[in-house]
Design a protein around this ligand. Sequence first.
Ligand code: B4P
Length: 191
Amino acid sequence: MIRLLLIGAPGAGKGTQAEKLSAAYSIPAISTGDIFRHNVKNETELGKQAKAFMDRGEYVPDSLTNDLVRDRLSQDDAKSGFLLDGYPRTAEQVAELDSILEAQGNKLDVVVQLTADTDEVVRRLLNRAIEQGRADDTEDVIRRRLEVYEEQTAPLTSVYAGRGLLVTVDGLGEVEEVTGRILEALNARTS
Ligand code: B4P
């Protein structure tokens, strides 16, 4: 059983690796980005509110994001481990996650930071734009998402490093190669 976070710039490979790790540890991978996209597609009230922010490459307000994570982590399948992909992304979300876990009597085991240089992440996201046509994968919006990540999310890694939870993994190379590196780093911590 493991409770882990995946942090990384847009395009660093979070969603891709979340699927692999979810299968390896038999835990749910909870992606706030996927949940928002699902709501946008189904034109729910949450989706209507989130869409304008996502289309600009901005973060959805903490109040909306925190409520959805609180609900999701209270579901049965998240009680014995989970992977959070793309949450927390702000200092307020870090505080909220601390409070959710404290109320449950649970703790995080590890925070994996995936790294990749800007040229590579822009290349990957422009490639995804061609393959999947995601609304926020245009070059201007990608640049804005990277700025927001540097301003608001990158500093959070030092919070988790200070708690002794941070593991940094090189996200460059083949998908399977990156998965291997993450699993090796996690095994080294737990053995
Ligand atoms: P996300 O869905 O988290 O989008 P992302 O940062 O682009 O990551 P994603 O997981 O999709 O991409 P990945 O790197 O795996 O967020 C989207 C938006 O939702 C945010 O901008 C924000 O508006 C909102 N949001 C989400 N969470 C929020 C929060 N907590 N608070 C506020 N707002 C929030 O993959 C990218 C591409 O690279 C893919 O095409 C993949 O195939 C490719 N790739 C991956 N690994 C590769 C490799 N090793 N080699 C080559 N290509 C690779």
